[in-house]
Every structure is written in C-alpha cells, then in structure tokens.
Design a protein. Structure first.
Length: 151
C-alpha cells in the first residue's frame, strides 16, 4: 500500500514538474505585464457593461437595474477580483519566454490593432452566430420534439 502511494507520488511529480516550472515569480511577472499591455481592466469593464446589457435584453424584469447588475458582475468578475487568478492561469499555461513573445507582439502595430479590433470581431461573430441559430431554431425544436416523442 505504502509502496503504491510512493510510486504514484513519484509519477505525479515527474509528470507535473514541467508545469510547475513554467509558473514561478518570473512567469507571474510576465503574465502581469501581459495583462497591462492588453488593457485587462478595460476589457473586463467592457465585458461587464456588455453582460449587463445582455441580461437586460434577455430578461425585461431586469431592465432598469443596470447599476445593480454591473455591481454584481464587478464583484465576481471585475479586473480586481480576477487579476491574480488570470495571472496564475497565464503563468501556468505559458512559459515566461512565451509570455514575453506575446507581449512583444501586442506592442507592435499589428498587436495594438488586434487589441483594438478583437472586441468588434467578437461582437460581430456573436451576432453571426445568433442570427444563424435564430434562422435554424425550427430544426432544434424539431429535434427536441422527436426526443420528447420517443420518451
């Protein structure tokens, strides 16, 4: 029993060690710089504003409660709330060198344009997806009806 435990701990240590090495303080520092370069606070504020609008559009009872909705989202998904966790994610997923390469890209003209245009691309992509889903909602309803009929 103890032998199996020791063997499993060793195996876990061997396989996990590359992941443990990517983070560290240097990786966290680079991840923090990436958040600064990508304007993390602004992105999260914009996300919260957009989410508040979506909630109000989807549920008419929420209309007129924008301040409360934004306060709720800011509490749980604001930049201050998520920053350390997002830094940890970047430091876990990317090496310090990779983070520095990503930062270097975002400091270029193309990188800055990417940061500027990604929100528009995301918005337009979501509109495209929503339009396609709405155009084909009948197919989903048919699929659901077939499942219900077979139950």
């Amino acid at each position: 029993m103890l032998e199996n435990l020791i063997r499993n701990v060793l195996i876990l240590t061997i396989f996990a060690s590359p992941f443990m090495l990517t983070g560290g303080e240097a990786g966290r520092k680079a991840a923090n710089e990436l958040l600064e370069v990508t304007q993390f606070e602004k992105v999260m504020d914009d996300t919260i504003n957009a989410a508040a609008q979506v909630v109000q559009q989807m549920d008419p009872k929420m209309s007129g409660h924008e301040a409360q909705i934004k306060a709720f989202y800011k509490k749980y998904m604001g930049a201050d709330t998520l920053r350390d966790d997002v830094i940890d994610l970047y430091a876990e997923i990317f090496t310090e060198a990779e983070l520095k390469d990503i930062i270097a890209f975002y400091k270029t003209k193309a990188g800055r344009k990417t940061l500027e245009k990604v929100p528009e691309i995301m918005q337009r992509s979501m509109q495209l997806a929503q339009t396609r889903i709405m155009q084909n909602m009948g197919e989903l309803e048919k699929m659901l009806s077939e499942v219900q009929a077979s139950e």
